[in-house]
Structure formats: C-alpha cells, structure tokens
Design a protein around this ligand. Structure first.
Ligand code: GTR
Length: 380
C-alpha cells in the first residue's frame, strides 16, 4: 500500500469546491422537506449507488431464522446469547449468515438494540468479541440488546474471494455490472437482514436501533444506514476514505489508494475517480446528509491521520446542515476542527476525536451510548 505517498500536510490540501447538497441535478434550490425527500435525497442516494458503492439488491424469495448453539455464553449471569442463522433463498439457491445476539436477562424488553458490523480477521469464526471493541457486558448492564455479524459470513474481505458469499449464491448477475454490488454492498445488505430479524421479534424495540462499525465497517455503516431508514442512529467510527472523510481533500488515504488496495470494496465505477476526486458527482458530506432526520455521530482519533479526522469533521459540519436547513433543528458545529476539545454531543448530530490510534474502544462507545440515549429519550 502506498501509505508513504499520502499527504499529511494541511497546506497541501487542494482548494476544493464541493457539490451542493441543496441544489438538485436540474438546478432546483432545495429548501423544503418535501423537495429534499422526494427529489434531492433520492438523487444523492442514486449517485452514491452508481458511482461509489454499487447496488444493494433487495429481492429474495425466502428468509428463515434458526437458532444454533455453538458458542459458550461469556455472560451467563446477566445475558441470554442467541446464535441466529439467517438463511436467505433466491432462485433456488440459498445463503446462511450468522447473527450473534445478546439480550439482557433482567427486564422484559422490548430492548433497544446496538448492532456492530464486524470484520476483524481474528474473529472470522463469527464468534464473540472482546471488551472495548464490542462492549457486550456494558451494553447489557445499561439495559440494551446488542448483536454482531461478521462480514466474512456474507462476503469475504478478499479481492480474490469476495464473491464467495451472497454474490455467487444469491445475486450472481451483480458480478458483471459496472455498478454491481461488491463487499460493502453485501455487508450493508447483511445489516438489513439483521434488521429484518429484529423487526419480527417484539423483544427488540427497533424504533431505538443503532448501527455501528469501525473503519471499513464504518464505511459500510454509513452506506447501510443511508439506504435503510429503519436505523435510528448511525455510528461510523474512524471510517475515513469512502466513509466520513471528504474525498476531495486527498489527505491520508485517497480514492486511488483505496481502490488499488481493496478493489473488491466499492463498485467498479468508483475507479474512474482514482486521482480525479474533483470529478465525483458527490462527496461524503452528502452521504452524512442522507441519514437525516435520523441521528448521526462521527468519531475520529488523533493518531489516525490515514482516515483524515479533519475531513471527517468537515463532512459532519456540512452534512449536518440538513438538520437545521430542512428539518428545523438546532444542530450546529461552530468550532473549527482545531478548536475541538470534548465530544460534541447534541440532538441529531455528534462528533468526537480522541487521543490514540485507529481502533474502536470503550471510550468511543461511551460517547456513542450517551448520544443514542439523547435521541431515544424523545421516543416513548
Ligand atoms: C486500512 C484501509 C482503511 C480502513 C482500514 C480498516 O488498511 O486503508 O480504509 O478501512 O484498513 O478497515 O481498518
């Protein structure tokens, strides 16, 4: 990977002109909720689909949920572990993905739910993950259900093998399309199937549902939540290039670098923007805007310059204008990036940058949970 070529010098960031969230492709000024929801939001979603992430096919013939027992419950005293196989069939073929769910033993529910999209190779067996990265114990203590699936059980994170999951079995026609589904589309599809599962069981309060993911799973979190409005809160953590960060800044990881290192992540059309970020019909602040009026929180780390923390914050500053301009909410990020101290936690939109390296930690989760609780307080 050409990491050594990356620009980390703010003075070398190009002067950029970003596409306007509030002007439609036909030049219409977008100022009402109706125009946003019926015109501009759909345009932006489709531009990201065609040029960046590819399709997320939504059709299938059957979906079946069955419980298996393969792992030991690490918290038998306070949590119920459900290992759920989700089997989806289409055109006579089927694929099974695994969802691991923990429910609090105390309380009757319905429980709000935090879903983590996982991809870490060390957990590739789809099993349970450790404290910090997936803080099951703390989430249960606070009265929440939490679940996780591993990307590998849907589409392997590998340029050679990515199709050896739902792409080969369920949606083979996607493989030949320039805007076809690739790994991130497949993982986003899996988050939707997890939500299907939560919605058919009244033990979950899906009006209070948060989708979280770190890094490549953070990029997926944003794309999944943009497409699936059943999520009430999205937490892309240190999602960087192709996630929260503004692509045109070319700071840290760039479109060319990510497409070269991970050709299976984005749709093939995205390679046209290698080194040509200024030609993109979108930038990532527009993806942020697609989450509204649901809630969105970005998190960065100072030691993670590869993900361009400043680009992530700018995209939150600009994208979150949707809440004030279209949804009449008092959301704003008046501080310049350099002035940020403590986490900015407000209704609808939040941001923090912590010390330390690229990782998902308990410190990140504590702010996520505080932020989610602010959003969910409004829901009775
Ligand atoms: C890096 C990649 C980033 C980020 C990260 C991760 O190698 O360049 O875009 O996704 O991996 O997922 O941890």
């Amino acid at each position: 990977m050409a990491q050594h070529n990356a620009n980390y010098d703010e003075s070398k960031v190009p002067d950029i002109t970003l596409p306007d969230i509030f002007v439609s492709l036909r030049g219409k000024l977008i100022s009402t909720q109706q125009d946003w929801e019926e015109i501009r939001r759909l345009e932006i979603l489709d531009l990201f689909r065609e040029h960046v992430y590819g399709n997320i096919p939504s059709d299938f013939d059957h979906i079946l949920y069955s419980e298996v027992q393969e792992s030991q419950n690490p918290y038998p005293e306070k949590a119920i572990l459900k290992e759920v196989n989700i089997t989806v069939s289409r055109n006579g073929k089927s694929h099974t993905m695994r969802l691991n769910v923990f429910l609090p033993k105390s309380g009757k529910g319905p429980f709000p739910i935090f879903l983590l999209i996982n991809y870490q190779p060390k957990y590739a067996d789809g099993k349970l993950v450790e404290e910090g990265y997936w803080p099951v114990s703390e989430l249960i203590d606070r009265g929440y259900a939490t679940a996780s699936f591993h990307g590998e059980t849907v589409a392997p994170d590998d340029a050679e093998r990515f199709s050896e999951g739902i792409l080969n079995t369920l949606y083979p026609e996607e493989l030949d399309k320039a805007d076809g589904m690739r790994t991130f589309g497949a993982w986003a599809w899996a988050a939707m199937r997890a939500m299907d599962y939560f919605q058919q069981d009244p033990i979950f309060d899906t009006r209070k549902s948060a989708l979280a993911g770190h890094s490549r799973a953070g990029k997926t979190t944003l794309w999944a939540a943009a497409n699936d409005t059943r999520w009430s809160v999205a937490f892309p953590n240190e999602s960087g290039c192709g996630g929260a960060a503004i692509s045109r800044r070319k700071y840290g990881e760039t479109v060319a670098v990510i497409n070269t290192s991970f050709p299976h992540w984005f749709t093939d059309n995205f390679t046209a923007y290698n080194g040509q970020e200024e030609d993109l019909p979108v930038d990532q602040h527009m993806l942020a805007a697609l989450i509204a009026p649901r809630a969105l929180y970005f998190a960065s780390a100072r030691g993670d310059q590869w993900s361009d923390p400043k680009g992530e914050y700018i995209s939150m500053q600009l994208g979150s204008r949707i809440y004030s301009e279209i949804y009449n909410q008092e959301v704003n990020f008046p501080l310049a990036f350099e002035e940020i101290g403590s986490p900015i936690i407000q209704p609808f939109a939040g941001y923090h940058i912590r010390e330390g390296k690229h990782n998902l930690t308990w410190e990140d989760w504590e702010h996520f949970i505080d932020f989610a609780e602010i959003q969910w307080k409004q829901i009775r």
